[in-house]
Ligand binder design. Structure first.
Ligand code: ADP
Length: 177
């Protein structure tokens, strides 16, 4: 029996590229060719091998649709893998954004399970340039991860990486609530 979800979820604050986990999740865009924010930081830290594998996936399947996820090496990152997922752009909340954001978490977790990854770290997908309200995004993230962990043995541990104080508090509140 796996331990209960509560002790398999952690919140930390800082730079996701420094996380010592099996995989970090990238808030990518559908081109998979890199961008700003956390995507830029991950490609800078991971180096050319990450981009090369992204290009190969793009050549094979034409990028990555919103809500879907793909996996590459972590290159020079401490994490062995990067799971790239494409969050929804916030458009007022009535264009399917919550369901698409939930898909990002579920599809990333499914890939982690397929690869039997021990630990996965998530950034606040869509909460930067894509404009998803942080509180609502934290609620979706926590709900989806809790649901997943209740039913699956992998990944064993999930880390929510907050980039700032506000995000850290929001994750903690969502986990308490
Ligand atoms: P999106 O386009 O999905 O909104 P962003 O990269 O703009 O993606 O932002 C997603 C979240 O990642 C934001 O909350 C932002 O503060 C955070 N972020 C940016 N850089 C890092 C980093 N190096 N480590 C962890 N989180 C980061």
């Amino acid at each position: 029996m796996a331990p209960p979800p509560s002790i398999r979820i952690h919140v930390t604050q800082g730079d996701i590229t420094r996380q010592q986990v099996s995989a970090i999740v990238n808030a990518a865009n559908s081109s998979l060719l890199g961008g700003g924010g956390v995507d830029g930081a991950i490609h800078r830290a991971g180096g050319p091998q990450v981009l090369e594998e992204c290009r190969a996936i793009r050549a094979r399947q034409g990028g990555c649709k919103t809500g879907e996820a793909v996996i590459t090496t972590g290159g020079r990152l401490p994490a062995a893998h990067v799971i790239h997922t494409v969050g929804p752009v916030w458009n007022g909340g009535h264009k399917g954004e919550p369901a698409l954001l939930a898909n990002c978490y579920r599809n990333s977790l499914r890939i982690a399970e397929e690869h039997q990854l021990e630990s996965v770290a998530f950034p606040g997908i869509s909460t930067g340039i894509y404009g998803y309200p942080k509180k609502e995004a934290a609620a979706v993230a926590v709900h989806e991860v809790q649901q997943w962990l209740a039913a699956h043995a992998f990944p064993q541990q999930v880390v929510f990486v907050a980039f700032d104080d506000e995000n850290r508090r929001l994750y903690e509140e969502a986990l308490d609530g």
